[in-house]
Design a protein around this ligand. Structure first.
Ligand SMILES: [Zn+2]
Length: 256
């Protein structure tokens, strides 16, 4: 078994990512806010336990659950009791705690191409924007080249919706519409009045997207204080994105 598919290794990587996202100084999540997950194989993934804290997480609070116990929840209208029962039934270890209420969107995102890790946080700086009328502008426009590299040329913005299966459904339909219109998948999902989700093939890419989203938000908010925000021209954003895309394709080809 290679390290990339060894559940013990994946759990360690996910724990490291979770602890980093939960560091108090990073202002990404406090108390029980935020959650993380990692793809293990076609049948299972790890997800944070409900009620646990990212900053103090221990390995037992990263639960291995079955995709086929969670994905059907996106197409069912269940009451809270039935939903909790379904979350508990999806665990590999029946003695573990209950998986996070957000497990459904993690499951769906981890089935998308190239996504092995997901980090959901509530960063103060990003939420200042997501709790304002500037959310759409922040999602659609770009301020500097590194933001395009780490967060993509555009982010997916989702309206406020209750956490759980409803939010997972909104993310699924928003994602499908976004990829259909833009021809590429988002790296950063912004949830109005809630927080953000970074997706990536490695824990490092999830951390980079999260850190860069926070930096872009700080700059966006600072520029607003100084006056009118000056964004990069859309042609320039496209040019950088296409160059990165080209580079990525070449790297993939040389690896194949
Ligand atoms: Zn949340």
């Amino acid at each position: 078994m290679t390290p990339a598919t060894d559940p013990v290794h994946i759990r360690k990587q996910l724990l490291k990512l979770s602890l980093e996202l939960g560091k108090p100084g990073n202002l990404l999540a406090i108390l029980g806010e935020g959650n993380t997950s990692a793809f293990v194989d076609d049948d299972t993934f790890f997800v944070k336990a409900s009620g646990s804290q990212l900053g103090t997480l221990n390995p037992r609070q990263l639960l291995q659950v079955r995709f086929d116990g969670i994905l059907p929840l996106l197409d069912q209208e269940l009451d809270q009791e039935a939903m909790e029962a379904a979350l508990l039934a999806a665990r590999i270890d029946p003695d573990g705690p209950r998986p996070s209420v957000e497990t459904a969107f993690h499951a769906w995102l981890l089935r998308q191409e190239g996504i092995n890790y997901v980090g959901h946080t509530h960063p103060v700086e990003v939420n200042k924007i997501l709790c304002s009328d500037k959310a759409e502008t922040f999602a659609r426009r770009r301020l500097f080249p590194e933001e395009i590299v780490c967060c993509g040329p555009m982010s997916l913005l989702i309206d406020y919706i209750n956490p759980g299966a409803e939010l997972a459904r909104a993310i699924r339909s928003g994602w499908e519409q976004f990829t259909g219109e833009q021809g590429f998948a988002p790296k950063l999902i912004l949830l109005r009045n809630h927080g953000m989700i970074a997706v990536g093939s490695t824990p490092e890419s999830v951390l980079a997207t999260t850190a860069m989203a926070v930096k872009a938000a700080e700059i966006f908010n600072g520029a607003h204080i100084l006056g009118e925000v000056v964004f990069m021209a859309p042609e320039e954003v496209d040019r950088i994105h296409n160059r990165l895309d080209e580079q990525y394709r070449r790297e993939r080809l040389s690896l194949d």
